[in-house]
Design a protein around this ligand. Sequence first.
Ligand SMILES: Nc1nc2c(c(=O)[nH]1)N[C@H]1C(S)=C(S)[C@@H](COP(=O)(O)OP(=O)(O)OC[C@H]3O[C@@H](n4cnc5c(=O)[nH]c(N)nc54)[C@H](O)[C@@H]3O)O[C@H]1N2
Ligand SMILES: Nc1nc2c(c(=O)[nH]1)N[C@H]1C(S)=C(S)[C@@H](COP(=O)(O)OP(=O)(O)OC[C@H]3O[C@@H](n4cnc5c(=O)[nH]c(N)nc54)[C@H](O)[C@@H]3O)O[C@H]1N2
Ligand code: SF4
Ligand SMILES: [Mo]
Length: 889
Amino acid sequence: MDSLKVGQDPVQTTCPYCGVGCGVLAYPDTDKPVAGDVAHPANKGRLCVKGTSLHETTGQDGRLLFPMVRGRRSDWAEALDEVAGTIWDSVKTHGPQSVAFYLSGQLLTEDYYVANKLAKGFIRTPNVDTNSRLCMSSAVAAHKRAFGADVVPGCYEDLELADLLVLAGSNAAWAHPVLYQCMKAAAREGRRVVVIDPRRTATSELADLHLALCPGTDTVLFNGLLTWLADKGGLDETYIQAHCQGFEEALKSARAAAPSVASVARQCDLPAEDVETFYRWFTDTPRTVTGFSQGINQSVAGTDKGNAIINCHLATGRVGKPGAGPFSLTGQPNAMGGREVGGLANTLAAHMDYDSPGARSRVAGFWGTGAVAAGPGLKAVDMFEAVYRGDIKVIWIMGTNPAVSLPDSDRVRQALARCPTVIVSDCVAHTDTTAHADILLPAAGWGEKDGTVTNSERCISRQRCFLPLPAEVKPDWWIMSSVAKKLGFAEAFDYAQPADIFREHAALSAHENNGERAFNLSGLAGLSDSGYDTLVPVQWPVLKSTGPDTSDSKRLFADGGFVTDNHRARFVAINTVLPAQKASEDYPMVVNTGRIRDQWHTMTRTANTPRLLTHRSEPFVEMHPDDMTAAGLAEGHLAKLSLNGGHFVGRVRKSPEQRRGEVFIPIHWNRRFASDGVATLLTESVTDPVSGQPEAKHGRAAITPFRVSWQGRLLVRRDRPRRWQSDYWCHVPLNHCDSWWLAGLQPIDWPLVMTDWLGGPAHLMMADASQGRFRAARVVNGQLEAVLMVDREPALIPEAGWLDSCFAEAQLSKSSRRALLAARDVDVADPGAIICSCFQVGENQIADAIAEGAESVEALGGRLKCGTNCGSCIPELRELIEVSARESA
Ligand SMILES: Nc1nc2c(c(=O)[nH]1)N[C@H]1C(S)=C(S)[C@@H](COP(=O)(O)OP(=O)(O)OC[C@H]3O[C@@H](n4cnc5c(=O)[nH]c(N)nc54)[C@H](O)[C@@H]3O)O[C@H]1N2
Ligand SMILES: Nc1nc2c(c(=O)[nH]1)N[C@H]1C(S)=C(S)[C@@H](COP(=O)(O)OP(=O)(O)OC[C@H]3O[C@@H](n4cnc5c(=O)[nH]c(N)nc54)[C@H](O)[C@@H]3O)O[C@H]1N2
Ligand code: SF4
Ligand SMILES: [Mo]
């Protein structure tokens, strides 16, 4: 393929962030921005702002570059010996189940395959699980209950073809931005969108109907829909008769739980008219797709929620047809690939479970090992409990940051602190999890590694390497294969390159597969090395007869043929009892947690791109204005949410979009970026009984003002030691300096501490004690060294953009020097808070443009370019236009 030539030609690869799986053109010259790959079916050239910023994340700052053993720099020879020796000792002394692997949907399929094979097949521990447990396991369980296998029956095109698009528990505008753009572009006469989410989100912008239901009540809503379909002649009796089983029981349960629209409206806290409108639209629209994500999966009733949705699609025969089907939106770039290799504790390999007839001996035979582990193993939450208890002595964590992302994460940290040996493979040196590692292994990151990923529509794409491996960094598959060799399994792990692993993985999927496993890559098992190098995106199943280039794998199950014993899909009777953790007198607020537009998970990569911190730079608490008043809080104040011993402190954002009694907080901040920004201290370890997926959308907390006597922003030249002390802090790396939001409970004598905080004497200073205002700047050899700005209200602290640019000046000009304490060049207008991250367009610029007549999103785009790249800021642009219209009215 031309594009694979060396030199300045771009390399076709895949974005390492969300499950949309966009094709990216990347350049070995790291300064050159990436571009969307027009030839990739997932994005046809589009990228969101995270994708567009990828080239800014490939540098070596903050990278883990060398193996580390018990706190000191080591080399591979020693580190591999240590890992293999520890595993060997633990297996001999305590049995194989004393060793655990905790993997990630961000590993490539080839890495994942090796991990699963090594653990289950050779070390013979069943204790292998993945962060997909926190993400997709409810959807997996729902698919298996209904279809007999973990299969998403449809494809992306269906989201556009649908005449009714239902989005349940998905904020696609922020979490799947490129797909969202396609959904939006599909707007047409007669097409409708229903958004089901307790809060109004950026995605609700698309909605003809937004159902802001009481959190956790989705099963009631969809049970009610099944009842309605049965009562109003909405069933596809022929499909049910021919291809399904269990309908009567499911309907009976649905009727008992949700007998009428009035009952549903009451239980879900929705207007009855809205419920009825949704039901009528669903009944009347053959081309209906229900897309669902974490508002469904991350729940104590996650699997039931998924099946309640699928029940309605089976009942109407809307599965796997153009524009019709249930569609699980996957989160991570390789959430699917991990499920395909069998990375979940309750699965074995290649879509075979421990209890699939003959599976254990089939897999053992294929791998050439006497026997595989006796499973299922421990699921994520239980696995870390076993670490805490001391049953697991060695845990190897790869590509995930459980000290932040698991519920009740302080307990997870305690578990890691107690664990005799914690091995962590990561590309980043300092994370909340690497802080607990006894052995740290430097893993290759995006651009340095080669392999495949599978996106939400079962499409396998290549991630290709276009950068050299820095220092002693190695790909994950190499690290694990090397350990396997040290353990004496050289023959089974004799891989020279990822293509060898992929072929084996494809062959296993086809091995003794007579159609009873939908996941089948037989057509790829004989792929040559060059075929692997040039592999174009292909949806599975890939059978011999079709080969990788034709796609009759686009949609499955339209004519039945489910993967159950009798080939019939199963309706599941849903009798869920709703949220286990109720808000209480002590903890009256329901805590909803989720994503923001420009950050990825625990921020280990995206927080190093200043552009991605301009949209939201601090942990925040979105809450209803009436709740703010009741709690004595105002916009911009700091609020403290507490549960048991854990706290979260965030900036209050007034949000009428929020239901009363419920707050929304972001999941991204960790202990390295903020003093108290970890959301998982407010979500308890409560899990879905079927899938084991933790409830992450229904935490609870008490809320109080975090009453500070001062608020500040400190900007310091990069890599200077931290000399300040502050009750609240949040790190915001800028383009040319480091910065922190700071706030303190006790008043401070600024002239006294200033020299210390700035790293030396200030050259400019301004104090107004009556206003609580203080400003100081330090200049060294004509260059800006540090600036401190203190005020009572954060809104009075100027934006840091202009000051940041001053750090880049080799010699501060006289006028810049004079303007330092005002924090902006008085001759240039202040752009205001950044709304469009792609083009760095600020709120003030947008407001000015609106005032000058650019009163539509298109007009703003024409004038300022905002919203014309990824489009994720369009809902906010629209909001600003509306606010301005309201104000002038
Ligand atoms: N920018 C960005 N994009 C990402 C990621 C990221 O970190 N950053 N992560 C990726 C990953 S791994 C994942 S899993 C996906 C997640 O993608 P999404 O699931 O779309 O994102 P979330 O923000 O976690 O949650 C979605 C919505 O569920 C709603 N919700 C809460 N409770 C309920 C409920 O009881 N019922 C219903 N119907 N809705 C409810 C929340 O209010 C929220 O708006 O995003 C992927 N994309
Ligand atoms: N309260 C609450 N908790 C949640 C959620 C929520 O909505 N609310 N969402 C859950 C969901 S859906 C998810 S997916 C998880 C995500 O949570 P995590 O998986 O813990 O988050 P990440 O920050 O993506 O962690 C990935 C780690 O892998 C490293 N890494 C990146 N690439 C590679 C690689 O190629 N090899 C190796 N070895 N390491 C690599 C990164 O530097 C980083 O440290 O959080 C879950 N936790
Ligand atoms: S939508 Fe954005 S984050 Fe997701 S794969 Fe595409 S470019 Fe990457
Ligand atoms: Mo996820």
